[in-house]
Design a protein. Structure first.
Length: 210
């Protein structure tokens, strides 16, 4: 069994119209699921679970009951189900990971978005000296970005302090790091519950590096 926060399992295959054979055919659900990811990102944001969303297909290779759903979902199998009066929908948002912090697809995708955005927004530090002035500017840049996410409802919490934190300075870097141009930030965000932070580090190199 795969154990990765960057993977998710969907089942069963979906029925679509084959434009070559002009007949319906069953195919892996990957393309349909990616379409749901994209549609959900545009409509709600990357933090929204791509579940309880309709799938653009005409049928399923296998039907599952609610009881079977209750068995398969906890082990990371996201079923696609035909529900009476609701159409065909993705009925799960689990990753293929045993890491409880990244149990859900939307949490992992939110972290990918946050990490890549911060790395891109702080590329300019490569031309700066690694000192307290830089640390303050980087902390402001990251905090402003996370505050926007919080205000748009992408982070949990009754206040900013419950939604995220940013640490940078002598608590995150050793003297050796500073002298060798390694800028290290410690960031925590609460994707699901207030003040329940998932913590990660992002590093950049400054003008002292190399």
């Amino acid at each position: 069994m795969i154990d990765s926060t960057f993977a998710a399992m969907y089942h069963p295959w979906v029925q679509v119209f084959d434009p070559v054979t002009k007949k319906p055919d069953f195919v892996p659900p990957s393309g349909s699921v990616m379409g749901v990811y994209s549609r959900t990102d545009i409509a709600r944001g990357v933090h929204k679970a791509p579940a309880n969303e309709t799938v653009m297909c005409t049928g399923l290779s296998t039907s599952y009951t609610a009881g079977e759903q209750d068995i398969l979902n906890p082990v990371g199998v996201n079923l696609i189900r035909a529900l009476p009066g609701q159409g065909i929908r993705i009925w799960g948002a689990r990753t293929a990971s045993s890491n409880s912090a990244f149990k859900y697809v939307n949490v992992r995708r939110l972290f990918i978005f946050v990490e890549q955005s911060i790395k891109s927004a702080t590329n300019w530090v490569v031309f700066e000296p690694n000192n307290s002035s830089l640390w303050g500017r980087v902390q402001l840049t990251i905090s402003s970005f996370l505050e926007n996410l919080y205000r748009s409802g992408m982070l949990a919490g009754e206040s900013s302090a419950q939604a995220y934190f940013v640490n940078i300075g002598t608590t995150t870097m050793s003297q050796d790091d500073i002298l060798n141009g390694r800028l290290i930030c410690e960031i925590g965000i609460a994707p699901s519950r207030p003040a329940e932070f998932v913590i990660f580090r992002i590093s950049q190199f400054t003008s002292e590096a190399g």
